[in-house]
Design a protein around this ligand. Structure first.
Ligand SMILES: [Zn+2]
Length: 486
């Protein structure tokens, strides 16, 4: 079977589904593989969903077909989670353009290289996302909500700000007033909201209780809003007064709703109970010693408490296992530089396209300017037109800068991962628990604690570093080309 996908960006770049399909069909024919099923995802700017990806996974689970053909790594996965899903199916995956076949029998060095590639593809996307985040942060700093408007507001395409939604704003304000009386439970309030015709903008369905709870705690309606952990004073029109917002929060406090946790313990969220599966929580004893223990939500399980220092040391032992031999690190670095070449090629084409766009906009501007001088268009028309074109030009410039930076960061990120694997432990011991936890979260998804011993689950691809250093398996040569079977 085969899987093809294009994103909206690909389509702009001229990559197409038929080309991918042809590549895979030719490949199958050459090797005498029979194609039993084809799956195709076409993403658009509006829809990023991947219906066919899900269907393909379901098909692989039930069918006897064990071979999956795709063009290259980033066609198949958009994130690490996708990789884990596919990996767990145990199918044989052929990345045709990359000339790589992965199966359960693949050597760990091959899987490792593959893992690095997946991580790279994701990092590349993250870097692009980073730029978007920076822009949003800047908007927040100026007091403008940078994202999709919350219920009760609309994103105005004209001002690029949020404006009260005439259909919903009055009902939202009413909710605050009702709840501030302290007479209605959230359940009653939810029913009242439904009766008042308050609906979700996207689905047009009534709001559920949890949504109403969330809404009543969102300070944006009284003008302040939170963005990435910071509070900003909004410049938009409030729907309620600050005083009313505060009264609603007082009602919540009185109803003893869970408040924010008092103090973040470094390793909380990293460790679960190996006996009953509950989370591990921490508390401070005698004002200075921090102990971690099972929350015991499923009843007493007999697990022991552990001091933060001891836990930190044990976690450090797990970090120690994430290692990579120097020879292998060199091989991976070389492979990374090679794929950096591909990315640069891609970046160059994109930049060229952007440069052409820039020229086109500039010539339009020139023409409009001439028109104005000769009186063919009015001053007003000129000013709207030039503002419009200038902002297009700015967008293109931002795109170019972003492309440039992302491409440079690609290789650097990969080398950082290698460096991390080579020096994780020495980094770890030199740090305070809070920073240690950050490093741990990069390497470990979870750890089960059972009376003094820890069972780790490593984040991919670091599990391969560990497996490799335990078995020495990856000391096999790093050639990732393998002839497909069947
Ligand atoms: Zn327990």
């Amino acid at each position: 079977m085969l899987y093809v996908r294009v994103s909206s960006k690909d389509q702009e770049q001229g990559f197409s589904i038929p080309a991918q399909r042809k590549l895979l069909i030719d490949y199958a024919a050459e090797r005498g593989l029979k194609i039993v099923q084809q799956f195709e995802d076409v993403e658009t700017a509006k829809r990023a969903g991947r219906v066919a990806f899900g269907e393909m996974i379901a098909f692989l689970r039930t069918s006897s077909c064990r071979i999956l053909l795709v063009e290259k790594t980033d066609r198949l996965y958009r994130n690490i989670k996708d990789w884990v899903t596919v990996d767990e199916l145990g199918a044989e995956v052929h990345f045709v353009k990359e000339n790589v076949v992965l199966s359960e029998d693949s050597r760990s060095s091959e899987k490792f290289m593959h893992g690095i590639k997946v991580l790279m593809a994701k990092n590349y996307i993250d870097n692009l996302g980073e730029e978007v985040r920076k822009g949003m942060l800047e908007k927040a700093r100026q007091g403008h909500w940078p994202s999709v408007a919350p219920i009760g507001y609309l994103n105005s395409p004209l001002t690029r700000r949020i404006e009260p939604d005439p259909d919903r704003a009055p009902a939202v304000a009413k909710l605050f007033e009702w709840y501030a009386t302290g007479e209605d439970s959230l359940k009653v309030l939810t029913a009242k909201a439904t009766a008042a015709g308050l609906t979700n903008r996207t689905s047009n369905r009534p709001l559920v209780k949890a949504k109403i709870h969330q809404l009543l705690q969102n300070p944006i309606y009284a003008c302040d809003f939170q963005w990435l952990g910071q509070t900003y004073e909004g410049q938009h029109q409030p729907l309620i007064s600050r005083d009313l917002f505060q009264r609603v929060q007082d009602v919540f406090a009185a109803a003893n709703h869970p408040k924010h946790t008092k103090r973040q313990h470094a390793f909380a969220g990293l460790v679960t109970c190996g006996r009953c599966g509950c989370a591990y929580t921490a508390e401070t004893k005698k004002g200075q010693y921090i102990y971690y223990h099972c929350t015991g939500y499923r009843g007493p399980c007999g697990n022991t408490w552990v001091r933060e220092e001891d836990l930190g040391q044990q976690l450090g032992e797990l970090v120690k296992l994430v290692r990579i031999p120097t020879e292998l690190a060199d091989g991976v670095a070389a492979a990374l530089r090679e794929s950096q070449g591909d990315k640069e090629q891609f970046a160059r084409t994109t930049v060229m396209r952007l440069q052409q766009q820039q020229l086109l906009i500039r010539s339009k501007l020139d023409r409009a300017y001439d028109d104005r001088l000769s009186g063919r268009i009015s001053d007003e028309l000129w000013s709207t037109k030039s503002v419009e074109l200038e902002s297009e030009l700015q967008k293109v410039r931002a795109d170019m800068e972003r492309q440039d930076r992302a491409s440079h960061e690609y290789e650097a990120t990969g080398l950082q991962i290698l460096e991390l694997a080579q020096s994780a432990y020495s980094l770890y011991v030199a740090q305070k628990p809070q920073e240690q936890a950050r490093l741990l979260k990069t390497l470990l998804s979870n750890c089960a604690f059972d009376r003094g011993s820890l069972t780790p689950t490593y984040v991919k691809p670091f599990d391969l570093f560990v497996k490799g250093s335990e078995t020495g398996d990856w000391l096999l040569r790093l050639d990732s080309n393998q002839q497909p079977s069947g």
